[in-house]
Design a binder for this molecule. Structure first.
Ligand code: SAM
Ligand code: SF4
Length: 466
């Protein structure tokens, strides 16, 4: 497999020239930018890079689109609902564009990578002046410059599966940061659009990742989440003798008091080697998000997931044997084409057997261009909805039981924000990433504290700092 291509220094330097050129245009104007992100953490990480570039170009950030001179929607194509919301949001901006023709409305991300959406935007959404795909993100400064100076619509959905290092980043406030370790996906699960819109897997070089981690720790970040569509494939394309377990060990050696998390793992590549590394690395949080999608081997085969339900159970048993307190979460798709009542019951059974702390459940959404979109589908929307609700009910009972087991326990927490209620005014996360509302004196956002759980509920634990 060829090594991933990194955008050359020359190409990046060229983009920094455009950053300067846009700064010259915005100087003294106090322009404001609004960004909105749909979808996964990778999209959030991408938006932080665009915000970094906007900041360097002289824009201040605003959280009100009506006050902004530049409005960006970073979109998701994984389910139809996310696409509909993006179109709805852009549609609602047409009157703003009429009132203030100089406002620049931009759309980027996974939707912008699909021909059908590009055509629709071109034809029916004239208020959008800039559209660029996931591969063109690093060219954003030159694209914005063209919009501002040529006063015409710019569309860039081309580009290769390149990696751009060294782009500016403006991260969200707080002690948590995303760190992308790889991009793209080679798995082609039959329901999923991601490999078509994000390209093939390419891993960042370990020294670049380590450098970014060191910079984040030096800047005071306390929880760093390593991102990739399938982090267990890390390194396969690098031609270096390194895999994800090695990378975890290398990053664990970076000095400092912080937690490392990662997502997402694919069960076909998760291994005892990975769980050994997790168990032995004290900075790697004992938390695993391992999507299983369905408990039926027949559905898993048609999803092209390449593991069986029993292989999945064996992985969980191994992870729990090595890390008894590990927190487990998963993704499930309900109503995949051809799912029978019996298939669904096998999914329910897996949920009952594993007893996850958290589940992300989705109704199957057909994505044009994916194989499953043309599979025969017999279940009615009502049947699918009923299955979905049965699953939620079963999971709620499990969560109530698991949360209740924390009553009276002492836990280490990272305080990460403020809560709504006055009694427990701060929010925090356990090492297992469970949400906790905290009370007590001298609590600072961004600090680790010891606390005792004094109340539990379905959605949140409550604790007192000790
Ligand atoms: N790469 C990750 C993995 O393999 O688990 C997940 C990436 S995907 C953006 C997040 C989740 O969306 C998937 O785990 C799956 O449950 C869900 N998903 C993807 N395509 C879907 C579709 N067409 N309909 C419903 N849910 C879908
Ligand atoms: Fe989509 Fe499967 Fe790749 Fe995850 S592993 S991004 S579900 S194709």
């Amino acid at each position: 497999m060829p090594s991933p291509v990194t955008v050359s220094e020359e190409q990046l330097k060229n983009q920094f020239t455009y950053i300067d050129a846009v700064s010259a245009l915005t100087r003294g104007k106090q322009l404001r930018a609004y960004t909105h992100t749909f979808g996964c953490q990778q999209n959030e990480a991408d938006t932080e890079r665009i915000r970094g570039m906007l900041h360097e170009m002289g824009y201040c950030m605003t959280d009100r689109p009506e006050d902004a001179d530049f409005i960006l929607y970073n979109t998701c194509a994984v389910r139809e609902h996310a696409e509909d919301r993006a179109f709805g949001n852009i549609g609602a901006l047409s009157h703003l564009k009429k009132q203030r023709p100089d406002v620049v409305i931009a759309l980027c991300g996974c939707m912008a990578q699909q021909e059908k959406n590009v055509e629709k935007i071109k034809k029916s959404y004239p208020q959008v002046s800039l559209l660029f795909g996931t591969h063109a993100l690093w060219r954003f400064p030159s694209l914005l410059y063209r919009v501002l100076t040529e006063k015409k619509r710019v569309f860039d959905i081309g580009g290769e599966d390149d990696i751009a290092e060294g782009l500016p980043v403006l991260r969200a406030q707080g002690p948590k940061a995303w760190l992308s370790i790889m991009y793209g996906c080679n798995n082609f699960c039959t329901y999923c659009i991601v490999p078509y819109v994000r390209g093939r897997e390419r891993s960042r070089r370990p020294e670049e990742i380590e450098k970014e981690l060191r910079d984040l720790v030096a800047a005071g970040y306390k929880e760093i989440t390593l991102l990739g569509q399938n982090v267990n494939s890390y390194g396969k394309d690098l031609g270096l003798d390194i895999d994800f377990a090695d990378l975890l060990r290398r990053l664990n050696a970076v000095p400092g008091d912080f937690w490392l998390r990662f997502m997402t793992s694919h069960p076909k590549d998760a291994s005892p080697r990975l769980f050994d590394a997790m168990a032995q690395c004290e900075k790697v949080a004992k938390q695993l998000h391992l999507p299983f999608q369905s408990g039926s081997d027949e559905i898993l085969r048609r999803m092209n997931r390449r593991y069986t339900a029993d292989e999945y159970r064996a992985l969980i048993a191994d992870a729990r044997a090595k890390m008894p307190d590990i927190t487990l979460s998963s993704d499930i798709i309900v109503g995949f084409p051809g799912e029978t009542e019996e298939d669904f019951e096998q999914t329910l059974q897996l949920v009952e057997d594993v007893r996850f702390d958290l589940l992300f459940t989705f109704l199957y959404s057909p994505r044009s261009g994916t194989p499953a979109a043309s599979y025969e589908d017999n279940a009615t929307p009502q049947e699918k909805q009923q299955r979905f609700e049965r699953l939620l009910k079963a999971q709620d009972a499990i969560v109530a039981e698991r949360q209740a087991a924390y009553q009276g326990k002492t836990v280490r927490l990272l305080v990460d924000g403020t809560a709504k209620g006055p009694d427990y005014p701060f929010t925090a996360r356990t090492e297992g990433n469970l949400l906790v509302c905290v009370r007590g004196a001298d609590i600072e956002i961004g600090s680790f504290i010891e606390a005792e759980i004094d109340k539990t509920s379905l959605r949140c634990l409550f604790a007192r700092k000790i």
